[in-house]
Design a protein around this ligand. Structure first.
Ligand code: AMP
Ligand code: ZN
Length: 113
C-alpha cells in the first residue's frame, strides 16, 4: 500500500524503533507510549483492520500473536500484559493497517483502558 504509514515503516522508508521482525511480522515501539512497554505488532502484509481478517489471511494474525508471546518474554513481561486492537472509526483506529498494541511494564487496571 503506497499511502500507508505502517507499510512505509515496515519497508524502512520511515524510521522506527524496531523490536522484532520475522517473515510475517514487524514490531516497533509506539511513538506515544501509554505504558512503560508499548509496542505495536503488525503483519507485514497490509490488512486494513480486524474486520478484514478472513480464512485467507488469518495466518498473518496468528503469526502476530506468536510474536507477541516472544516479545513479551524478551521485554520481561512475565507477570502479564495487555493486547489491544482498535478497529475502525468507532474503535478508535487511527492507522488503517492492522496492529496490536502490546502494553505492559506496569499493573494495568481491570477495566478496558
Ligand atoms: P491506533 O489508534 O490503534 O490506530 O494506533 C495507532 C498508534 O500508532 C498510536 O498509538 C500512535 O501513537 C502510533 N504511531 C503513529 N505514528 C507512529 C510512528 N511513526 N511510529 C510509531 N508509532 C506511531
Ligand atoms: Zn499498510
Amino acid at each position: 500500500m503506497d499511502d500507508c504509514l505502517f507499510c512505509k515503516i515496515i519497508a524502512g522508508d520511515i524510521p522506527s524503533t524496531k523490536v522484532y521482525e520475522d517473515d510475517y511480522v514487524f514490531a516497533f515501539r509506539d511513538i506515544n507510549p501509554q505504558a512503560p512497554v508499548h509496542i505495536l505488532v503488525t503483519p507485514k502484509k497490509h490488512i486494513c483492520c480486524a474486520r478484514a481478517v478472513n480464512a485467507d489471511n488469518s495466518l498473518h494474525v496468528a503469526k502476530c500473536f506468536e510474536a507477541i508471546a516472544k516479545i513479551a518474554k524478551d521485554e520481561g513481561l512475565d507477570n502479564g500484559y495487555r493486547v489491544i486492537n482498535n478497529c475502525g472509526e468507532d474503535g478508535g483506529q487511527t492507522v488503517m493497517h492492522l496492529h496490536f498494541h502490546l502494553l505492559g511494564g506496569v499493573k494495568l487496571g481491570e477495566k478496558v483502558i
